[in-house]
Design a protein around this ligand. Sequence first.
Ligand code: KMT
Ligand code: NI
Length: 184
Amino acid sequence: MRAYYFDNVPGDQRLAHDSGNPVSLETLQSLGVLHWAIQLDEDGNWEVEINNVAKNRGYKNRDTINVTKEGLGDAYESKIKTFFEEHMHEDEEIRYILSGSGFFDVREHPHDKWIRIHVTPGDLLVIPPGIYHRFTLDEKNAIKALRLFQDEPKWTPHNRSEETDTNPYRVQYLKSIPAVSASA
Ligand code: KMT
Ligand code: NI
């Protein structure tokens, strides 16, 4: 995992867009974004560790998503588009990267800068309810991830809008983070 400020230069979303300014784990933590590095190995020991985290945090269910042209079929183009629309969820978005790579962009409150998080195999990322974020593949065009969830999966994205700004989960999220983030 590597995090940095997005450069905001227009162009292909799959390019790195690295401003050269790194973002620390502490800053991510202050935004409620959690990360664990859990080594993938052939023995499947990662599963033991994932099961542990899942147990501790109450993630009862899981499935696998394969974001490639082959994996998503006819839904590919539309999925790629929705993933990259700025949105929030009322549940955590939990992803353990099994293969490939991609970028999760999260908004840093209060100045609304994009933080780009490059994820690769072994990264476990938890995006909290209420944070505005988006996802894109990188230039390698493939990622496979385990999706964990507490109960029934509710993938509903709430795209950013004035209405979504008043969503109770959004309001609660803003209350839960420090008034001024560590890097401000
Ligand atoms: C999502 O909800 O944005 C995704 O599942 C993205 C692909 S998982 C790495
Ligand atoms: Ni999402």
